[in-house]
Design a protein around this ligand. Structure first.
Ligand code: ADP
Ligand code: MG
Length: 334
């Protein structure tokens, strides 16, 4: 048997069952966006790490050094946002081929620094090594939050309203253009590609939502809504209904693919790398939360509800009729 047979999540479960147990009291380990460790004075540290591998996560001739620096930190900060944590600092490890251009590294550092500065997240350390094949980037971020924020993937409750921040699908549409260099690129295509290269971590929205007291479960969307929601459902032992017509599409996505709804929904459900927040909200408090949600954070859309069905099952509904959206989620090794 190889890891192709068990897939990414089979591999993580295998590691977790062999060496992810015996955690000290108050510590949360594998399975959520961040590990949680008790901190001083009623705080908790939230810690997360993500890898970006050339040819898997980015195509070097498409992404500039600055964008790659921004994105490497952004995808990590997005996990802190999902925990409602404020960044404290980051570690950066690089495996680089010996012919890597120093200008590329300088631009990378600029992009990394510019985003870090917005959230007071300095670079604290890392590691550097020679790579015999392609660039590999690993970032680890440390954040801090109040221990009162009981936000995780495992607390969704039957009747909760399922919400997402921002819009979905632009990043997936951008990736499709990157993977199909023969496709003609217009202004909208370039906007999708820009979106794919510039995810913005929803740190402030995550903090606001975590401290609202009415968000039961939250995570960030990295693999695509259809795949990511299953993590909340599995860990909470519940099922969900999603109304496709309520999925938030940007104006660009609607202009470009509104006449091909199945394609548009495909990008929104399976495109991945949206780095928006997916959350479940106590239905009694949803209207109040929505009214108080600051406009400067962008959209907060209700897209469905948590139901009492087969754990992990997602029922998709389009204008009142059950439907099966096209496409399947991205999974490493499969
Ligand atoms: P995210 O997309 O939020 O970064 P992942 O889907 O990559 O999360 O990982 C899911 C969970 O599995 C996280 O808690 C992560 O820390 C854990 N995980 C992933 N890979 C490994 C690994 N190689 N060893 C231990 N834990 C891992
Ligand atoms: Mg995550």
């Amino acid at each position: 048997m190889t890891i192709k047979d068990i897939g990414e999540f089979g591999l993580i479960s295998r590691l977790a069952s062999r060496c992810g147990d015996n955690l000290p009291e108050g510590v949360t380990g594998i399975g959520d966006d961040c590990a949680i460790i008790p901190g001083p004075q009623n705080t908790q540290y939230a810690i997360s790490t993500d890898l970006l591998v050339e040819g898997v996560h980015f195509v070097t001739k498409e992404i500039g050094g600055y964008e790659l620096g921004h994105k490497s930190l952004a995808v990590n900060l997005s996990d802190l946002a999902a925990a409602g944590a404020m960044p404290c600092g980051a570690f950066l490890s690089l495996a680089l081929p010996e012919d890597t251009d120093t200008d590329f590294i300088d631009s990378f550092a600029e992009g990394f620094k510019a985003l870090g500065k917005q959230f007071d997240c300095p670079l604290l350390g890392g590691d550097t090594t020679l790579s015999k094949s392609g660039i590999t980037i690993n970032v680890c971020v440390i954040g801090v939050r109040s221990q009162l924020y009981e936000i995780s993937r495992d607390n969704a409750q039957i009747g909760d309203i399922i919400c997402v921040t921002g819009s979905l699908g632009d990043s997936g549409a951008g990736l499709d253009y990157i993977l199909h260099p023969e496709w003609k690129r217009d202004e909208m295509a370039n906007a999708f590609i820009y979106h794919h290269h510039h995810p913005y971590p929803r740190i402030w929205a995550g903090k606001f939502l975590a401290q609202s007291g009415c968000v039961h479960a939250m995570m960030d969307l990295s693999d695509g809504l259809a795949s990511d929601i299953k993590h909340i459902l599995a860990r909470s032992g519940v099922s969900a209904e999603i109304e496709l017509e309520n999925l938030p599409a940007s104006l660009n996505l609607r202009c470009k693919y509104g006449s091909q709804p199945s394609k548009m929904y495909h990008y929104m459900l399976h495109g991945g790398e949206d780095y928006e927040l997916l959350l479940t909200v106590d239905a009694k408090h949803f209207a109040d939360l929505k009214a108080k949600y600051p406009q400067k954070f962008g959209w907060l859309s209700a897209i469905g509800r948590i139901t009492n069905g087969d754990p992990q099952h997602v029922r998709y509904i389009e204008n009142g009729i059950d439907t099966t959206p096209i496409g399947s989620p991205w999974e490493h090794f499969c």
